[in-house]
Design a protein around this ligand. Structure first.
Ligand SMILES: *[C@@H]1O[C@H](CO)[C@@H](O)[C@H](O)[C@H]1NC(C)=O
Ligand SMILES: *[C@@H]1O[C@H](CO)[C@@H](O)[C@H](O)[C@H]1NC(C)=O
Ligand SMILES: *[C@@H]1O[C@H](CO)[C@@H](O)[C@H](O)[C@H]1NC(C)=O
Ligand SMILES: *[C@@H]1O[C@H](CO)[C@@H](O)[C@H](O)[C@H]1NC(C)=O
Ligand SMILES: *[C@@H]1O[C@H](CO)[C@@H](O)[C@H](O)[C@H]1NC(C)=O
Ligand SMILES: *[C@@H]1O[C@H](CO)[C@@H](O)[C@H](O)[C@H]1NC(C)=O
Ligand SMILES: *[C@@H]1O[C@H](CO)[C@@H](O)[C@H](O)[C@H]1NC(C)=O
Length: 475
């Protein structure tokens, strides 16, 4: 594959790089005055899932994307403060005794030690094995985070996605961002001391005497593979010199082994046949892995299988999703499954550009109908707190894909107060109205056009120049 290079040096992100490591005061002051329009970077959000086509990461961005680019760089930096990650970091080893095995605990399982016959309090590790565990839907057992593999993998996949995107903001074959993305992949998957075995034999264990192996629900833990695939495709397409052919073939070999596991292990097959969100996200993951191993035709085949199968049974004609609606948190689960549907549609469109599955119906409803239904649903009716933000990426994706001729989606986003044009997803949820109005916003920026001088007088502008020079010199 010929690496594609794009020439682009966005002023603003370049500035962010230079700011890296200089004093917070200067950072804040220059941000206040120079990057006026991009002050508000959205707080970090872990999207339920999303696929960013490498064709979207063009490395040539109009200035209306400045806020989104800023957010992406900020999120990459934030994730970089946690990485690298490894399954060997956890304080408890999986029942196999192999520290390279991934492990997580099912969220809604609680110990019932009343019949354990213990005279004194049990140590946690005895309790996890001997006390029966019982299911309490929607109630997360807080000790779940004792084992951080699932959270580590979420952060890993976000780190790879945002570092790869931030790398495209530089006009270079290598940057600290591509180096980080590659380091994280090597640490989690490839380095002999820290690598993960390619299986989920201990994902979302129920615990207790009958719960010492993983459940099918645990396959969901690695849905972030879509973000990792996005990152790898971006590194490849942009010709990152850090993503060497040696690393590429090692990663392909790892993914092929894991694909084998995903297609043969009993719990994985159970997830594959699930009719609800577990089935949707299983396809997300498998398609992403197929793209990593360069089996694009195979990825398309799984995507078509989903839209011709599981998807057909997931909606009613009004766009409601009965299997998600019956859960303890229906607003959340409906959004969650829509994110999986959108991701499958995006993966399939990338794998097979002739596909038309955004138009495929499930009992007459499309993905758009599902989002429209949810836009008219009030989460407080089901006592769900703080979940409204989950719909925003779905609304933006639908507006970008189906168009927004009446402006109803943008109106919805604006009315919510959510600064969607500063969100990371604004970069790839296109076309979508908004962003910084600027003369070049329709045709992509040239190297010099990304600097927008604040319109409100010269005072702040002059100050910003002074500060900028100061910052420049402190490098
Ligand atoms: C990007 O880098 C190439 C050389 O690697 C250079 O020719 C080109 O002018 C650069 N583009 C910008 C916008 O700086
Ligand atoms: C058994 O151990 C559990 C966990 O330490 C504790 O909560 C429970 O009270 C104990 N039961 C008895 C009868 O000692
Ligand atoms: C993952 O990132 C979140 C911030 O989004 C942070 O609170 C958490 O500690 C991180 N966990 C790991 C294991 O990196
Ligand atoms: C990926 O597959 C395509 C055809 O499906 C092939 O042309 C290309 O050379 C492959 N790339 C690599 C890196 O194997
Ligand atoms: C919802 O968010 C608010 C503000 O961010 C916070 O104070 C509150 O505790 C949250 N409620 C729940 C149930 O998480
Ligand atoms: C739906 O199908 C029509 C007709 O083929 C096409 O014009 C339109 O772009 C499709 N919509 C999406 C979102 O793919
Ligand atoms: C510019 O000034 C106007 C009016 O004083 C104010 O409403 C606006 O927020 C200012 N814009 C910026 C970017 O400071």
């Amino acid at each position: 594959m010929l690496p594609r290079r794009h020439s682009f040096q966005p002023y603003q992100t370049n500035l962010s790089r230079r700011l890296h490591g200089v004093s917070l005061v200067l950072f804040l002051l220059t941000h206040l005055f120079v990057i006026q329009s991009a002050v508000a970077t959205n707080p970090f959000t872990c999207y339920a899932n999303d696929f960013v086509s490498p064709d979207h990461a063009v490395g040539l961005y109009a200035s209306k994307f400045r806020g989104a680019q800023d957010t992406i760089v900020a999120w990459a930096n934030e994730m970089n403060s946690y990485g690298p990650w490894s399954v060997t970091d956890k304080p408890v080893v999986a029942p196999s005794g192999n520290k390279h095995d991934y492990m997580s605990w099912a969220p809604y399982q609680w110990p019932d030690c009343s019949k354990a016959g213990n005279k004194t309090a049990l140590s946690p590790s005895i309790m996890w094995k001997t006390c029966p565990y019982v299911f309490r839907d929607g109630q997360v057992n807080p000790d779940r985070t004792t084992i951080d593999d699932f959270q580590s993998f979420f952060n890993l996949s976000d780190a790879i996605l945002y570092n790869s995107l931030a790398f495209t903001f530089q006009n270079q074959s290598s940057s600290v961002y591509s180096q980080n993305a590659v380091k994280y992949i090597k640490t989690w998957f490839l380095d002999p001391d820290t690598s993960m075995n390619p299986n989920l034999n201990y994902a979302q264990m129920n615990r207790g005497p009958k719960g010492q192996t993983g459940e099918y629900t645990g396959i969901l833990d690695l849905r972030g593979f879509v973000k990792i695939a996005s990152g790898i495709l971006i590194l490849r397409q942009h010709g990152s010199s850090d993503w060497t052919s040696d690393i590429d073939s090692q990663m392909i070999a790892w993914c092929k082994k894991y694909i084998d596991w995903l297609q043969t292990a009993p719990t994985a097959k159970q997830a594959a046949s699930a009719k609800n969100n577990h089935g949707t996200f299983y396809v997300n993951q498998l398609m992403a892995l197929k793209l990593i191993v360069n089996d694009t035709a195979g990825a398309a085949e799984f995507g078509r299988g989903y839209f011709g199968g599981t998807f057909k049974g997931q909606m009613k004609s009004n766009g409601d999703q009965p299997m998600e609606a019956s859960r303890s948190r229906p607003y959340h689960y409906r959004n969650f499954n829509i994110a999986g549907m959108i991701t499958n549609a995006r993966l399939l469109k990338y794998a097979d550009p002739t596909s038309n599955d955004w138009n495929t119906t499930s009992n007459g409803a499309t993905i758009q109908t599902a989002v429209d239904f949810l836009m008219a649903t009030n989460p407080s009716a089901t006592n769900e707190a703080n979940v409204t933000a989950e719909i925003y990426p779905n609304v933006a994706a639908v507006a970008a894909t189906y168009g927004d001729p009446q402006g109803k989606y943008v109106k919805f986003l604006k009315a919510s107060g959510f600064p969607y044009t500063d969100d990371a997803s604004f970069l790839w949820d296109q076309p979508l109205a908004g962003g910084i109005p600027s003369p070049d916003s329709t045709k992509g920026s040239s190297s010099s056009s990304s600097l927008t001088i604040p319109a409100n007088g010269t005072g702040p502008w002059l100050l910003s120049v002074v500060l900028f020079m100061l910052v420049w010199r402190t490098r």
